[in-house]
Design a protein around this ligand. Structure first.
Ligand SMILES: Cc1cc2nc3c(=O)[nH]c(=O)nc-3n(C[C@H](O)[C@H](O)[C@H](O)COP(=O)(O)O)c2cc1C
Length: 325
């Protein structure tokens, strides 16, 4: 039986993104119409790994009441168990196993997407967790390491376990972020697995999210980069799904979102330049999306102080920006 959320509304999930989906970003999203659930950026599991203060801060102090899963990335089952035992003390929806990270420096350590070449290790990690801890296990996977032809065998391994959800980023590990997404494999996963299946990859608008659900019969969508450039995408998806007018953010909405993000850097022991860099990684995707042919992205990329960043954003969003209908 699917959770209530799956039955009555369009289920949305914020994709984990290392360095971007921090507690502060999640807290800021709360005011934009948040997703139904969050997955943390990966926590690296290795022989000396511990549950970091960032993860504890996230589970203890986040503003949202929506579900939160903690993602783990590693390869040693016994260390997954050690970390999971600590996580049992917190309110966590699931432990999410990263079987998709394509970054070469991660892959070299035999973790993330590389686990898709050693499916017995995935089995061992899921088994040790399922047999010893109470937190449900979910998996975020790509559709193969080198080729999508591997997907059937990946699914046959996932089918051996009781999983709470499988998130399918519908491209291969070798395809990094450039290979076209093929949602046909989400459809195949949905038909094969008996747990909820969530579609992920290159979903850029609320309308695309709805189309993907219709095409694949998936139980929901997971959205990453588009939620950074358009933090209202979850709200818009839910509005469109309910056949109402999707929210159109004004320049003031964008400006206020950026100011809120900025407020989190206040009081932190960072230089002004570091604070500016920490905000730019969110503002650059916004600038690219709202002014693809204009100067706003050019100026944001080059800004070095918080005051200049505020002035450039104010000048664009309060004086110039006109939302597309
Ligand atoms: C900067 C960045 C960091 C990411 N970090 C993670 C991560 O920690 N764990 C993970 O499973 N996927 C990670 N991903 C992949 C995303 O979760 C997602 O699967 C991918 O971006 C495709 O979805 P999208 O097109 O909606 O962004 C990351 C992606 C980006 C761009």
């Amino acid at each position: 039986m699917l959770p209530r959320k799956h039955q009555e509304k369009f289920f949305t999930s914020l994709a984990p993104m290392k360095g971007l989906t921090t507690r502060h970003f999640m807290d800021t999203l709360c005011d934009c119409g948040e997703p139904d659930e969050y997955i943390s950026e990966f926590l690296r599991v290795h022989p000396t790994a511990t549950v970091t203060s960032d993860v504890i801060d996230l589970v203890e102090n986040r503003k949202s009441m929506a579900d939160l899963s903690i993602q783990l990335l590693g390869r040693e089952p016994e260390h997954f168990l050690r970390i999971a035992k600590v996580l049992q003390h917190y309110k966590v929806k699931s432990i999410n196993l990263n079987c998709g990270c394509p970054m070469p420096k991660i892959g070299k350590k035999g973790v993330g997407g590389t686990l898709l070449t050693e499916l017995n290790i995935i089995d061992d990690i899921i088994s040790i967790l399922s047999n010893n801890i109470d937190i449900p296990i979910s998996v975020k996977t790509r559709i193969g390491y080198k080729s999508s032809k591997e997907f059937d065998i990946i699914l046959s391994h996932l089918l051996k376990h009781k999983l709470s959800t499988v998130y399918v980023h519908a491209r291969t590990v070798k395809g990094m972020y450039g290979e076209p997404v093929d949602f046909e494999y989400v459809k195949i996963a949905k038909a094969a697995l008996d747990c909820p299946v969530i579609a992920n990859g290159d979903i850029k608008t609320a309308q695309e999210a709805i189309n993907v659900i219709k095409e694949t019969n998936a139980d929901g969508v997971m959205i990453g980069r588009a939620a950074v450039s358009n933090p209202w995408i979850f709200r818009q998806t839910s509005e469109l799904a309910n056949k109402s007018q999707a929210f159109i953010p004004t320049g003031k909405d964008y400006f206020s979102f950026i100011k809120k993000l900025q407020s989190f850097s206040e009081g932190r022991n960072l230089t002004d330049f570091q604070k500016t860099s920490s905000i730019k990684k969110y503002v650059i995707p916004i600038a690219d999306s709202v002014d693809p042919l204009g100067n706003f992205p050019y100026y944001i990329r080059r800004v070095t102080t918080l005051q200049d960043l505020t002035n450039i954003c104010k000048n664009f969003f309060i004086k110039k920006y006109e939302p597309d209908e």
